[in-house]
Design a protein around this ligand. Structure first.
Ligand code: GLY
Length: 415
């Protein structure tokens, strides 16, 4: 069975992503050629700084450059300074002051309350009225230190996108874009999660929007960080939104690949990832030819029932059916919170696994992903996934609004 067979992958679950000393020791012992940092908490503690100081090649910004992810207040002030489009925001360090501010605002105005620090993707709290936003401020205490400084931001209605650029400090290349579905339930209902599924490329990403993002967001960010002496080498994840009048705004920056966006962007790469990573790390993006394929991909996140809230009742349940999918064309499975015992699979986390369907268009990709999912179940009915991933593009495909850009994200751009 391919899924359970011995693969050229080793994991080190006993090492925390923030344990710089142990990670450094492991990299030395295993003589690691290239390290791609996927976790924001590792960036925050400066794992890149430690590794590059010991001569390792790293994809992932230093602590200073990565501050655009781990400190949302810093990121917003950076956007102001370098004229990068963003929603209106207000930074507060005390709950009383934020509440007093909201009491003076129109009652029906919508807001987002955002913890400035890292909160595992759960730090953006929607307030559909000023009163609800006040209640949300009171919830910030659950994030501890990460919620002490927070932002009150105007709510933007529109379509969100995630865009990924490889950056080598001075040049960048857009690798792809996706539309993530963050809420737990169909049609964007329920709590925010790390992401319940994506479609890539998203059909709303046309040539004009892409050109705007390159010039006014990615190039300005790379240039601004260089001017601040925070040279950015790594994957820049632009979480953006296109509002009702077509304005593109940055919702947030992340200093890494996205989850589950990576599951649909990385397979489209026709260029060797090691070669790409080395070019990022050594400032050589100009010298490689980055290509992506023309397929559409949909990833569906399969989670334990209860996720992102309490899913403890779903722990340790048997997962059936994954083994049947090992050799299907156009379907890939990425395990996450799964424990394998005597060749059987059991739930062991909130996000259990991902199913990626690939196709010539969104309809084919969707049907491949959900066709595969239909044979999987978890004992006690403990499997949860959204059934509407890609719904906006499915309706666009039916109304024949084609993607004018297709898969061509252009070439390496000098900033
Ligand atoms: N999918 C959202 C994230 O990776 O932050």
């Amino acid at each position: 069975m391919k899924f359970l067979s011995k693969k050229p992958v080793r994991t080190f679950p006993h090492i925390k992503t923030t344990d710089a000393e142990k990670i450094l020791a492991l990299c030395k012992k295993e003589k690691i050629d290239l390290i791609d940092i996927g976790q924001e908490d590792a960036i925050e503690i400066g794992i890149t700084n430690v590794l590059i100081n010991h001569g390792f090649s790293v994809v992932g910004p230093t602590k200073e450059a990565g501050q655009i992810e781990w400190d949302k207040a810093y990121a917003r002030n950076f956007m102001v300074k370098y004229h990068i489009p963003h929603p209106k925001f207000f930074v507060f360090h005390s709950q009383t002051k934020g509440i007093a501010f909201l009491k003076k605002q129109p009652k029906h105005k919508k807001w987002f309350i955002k913890a400035s620090g890292l909160a595992q993707g759960k730090g953006a709290l929607p307030g559909k009225s000023s009163l609800e936003a006040i209640r949300r401020i009171k919830e910030l205490s659950r994030f501890g230190r990460a919620g002490k400084t927070y932002l009150i931001e105007e709510w933007i209605e529109g379509e969100e996108f995630s865009l990924f650029a490889a950056c080598d400090g001075s040049s960048f290349q857009i690798l792809g874009a996706a539309q993530d579905h963050k809420q737990a339930f169909n049609f964007d209902q329920g709590e925010n999660t790390g992401g319940m599924g994506c479609v890539s490329p998203p059909l709303m990403m046309n040539a004009a929007i892409l050109a705007y993002i390159k010039k006014h967001i990615v190039a300005k960010t790379i240039q601004g960080l260089a001017l601040e002496n925070r040279t950015y080498k790594g994957i820049l994840y632009v979480g953006g939104i296109i509002d009702a009048t077509g304005n593109v705004l940055v919702i947030e920056f992340n200093a890494r690949w996205g989850d589950p966006e990576a599951q649909v962007i990385l397979p489209s790469l026709q260029t060797d990832l090691f070669e790409l990573g080395n070019a990022v790390s050594h400032g050589n993006l100009d010298n490689i030819n980055i290509k992506t394929d023309s397929k559409t991909r949909i990833v569906v996140t399969a989670s334990s029932k209860g996720y992102p809230q309490d899913y403890s009742a779903a722990k340790g349940k048997r997962i059936f059916g994954i083994e049947l999918l090992a050799n299907l064309d156009n379907v890939t499975i990425y395990p996450a919170g799964i424990r394998v015992k005597r060749n059987l699979m059991f739930t062991n986390g909130g996000r259990l696994f991902y199913i990626v369907g690939t196709g010539e268009n969104v309809l084919e990709a969707k049907s491949n992903a959900y066709g595969a999912l239909s044979v999987i179940f978890v004992a006690g009915n403990n499997l949860h996934y959204r059934t509407d991933i890609g719904w906006k593009d499915v309706s666009r495909a039916f109304t024949k609004k084609k993607n004018v850009l297709g898969y061509n994200y252009g070439s390496v751009e000098k900033t």
